[in-house]
Design a protein around this ligand. Sequence first.
Ligand code: PBG
Length: 328
Amino acid sequence: MRFPDSRLRRRRKNDAIRSMVRESHLRPEDFIAPLFIVEGEGVKNEIPSMPDYFRYSLDMLKAELDELVEAGIRSVLLFVKVPEELKDNKGTEALNEEGLMQRSIRYIKKEFPDLYVMTDVALDPYSSYGHDGIVKDGEIVNDLSSQVLAAMALSHARAGADMVAPSDMMDGRIGAIRKELDQYGYENTGIMSYSAKYASAYYGPFRDALDSAPGFGDKKAYQMDPANVKEAILETQFDIDEGADIVMVKPGLPYLDVVRAVSRKFDVPVSVYHVSGEYAMLKAAAEKGWLNEEEVMMESLTAFKRAGADLIATYFAKDAARILNNRS
Ligand code: PBG
């Protein structure tokens, strides 16, 4: 096949043929909407480094959830901002049955039983050190952290979470969580593992949102080195073997090669986290009028599907879903 007998532009001639031969498709149900929940009443405050994205108190969440559901979003991923005085080095508040996370899960499952509720499992928002696990002598200890994370996952399951999402990168925590859930009769509670999560500077705005930046050092002794991809395969393999139902690559766009490698290799659903810094970059450029927000957003999200992602956690979930609805 050669020019001039073959002209590839024939398949780009108009919108009809372009849509007929399109290889990757986005659907509202591909998106997982992250939610930031805070204590208090009547709170809906914008996160300075994440324009148009808000922290909500529970009483203000309903309107947002109505909009998400209306747009066709099927799942939310919950994060809570924990008051400073409740933070310690043991994860005490993370296990509190009356904690903000546990109350949020109960509230959402009661008001929106059809919404699939996923919860972040990691200690950083609860940690006086801002680390994802327990700190001892300046180190984030692995096995003890896994134990606490398993207890935390169980408490989310008890509150009604459909799926827990461990984002901490401790070794063996998926197995520990699976065992704990099964032992207490929560064999139907799923696990979406942040399997290949990199030590990335793109998490900055998220840490502003939750006031969860590490108090000392960085997260490089548990999150992955951005230079590695073979290691991502190993991490993912371990998590699948330990019982992960969905695996994840995070961040998103700078790691599309990892998404591709993981989705080619494994037969489980792959999610990708389009993280806060990626959102912030796009918003900032759009605010300056340097990029068309809507177009760059849809192009970025499509790129995830092309690379092989099944699900996309993104702060653009609602906006993108609305655009897709208007198209159909
Ligand atoms: C916490 C957690 C982080 C994100 C999700 N869960 C931050 C971190 O690891 O420091 C980042 C999400 C984002 O940047 O959008 N374990």
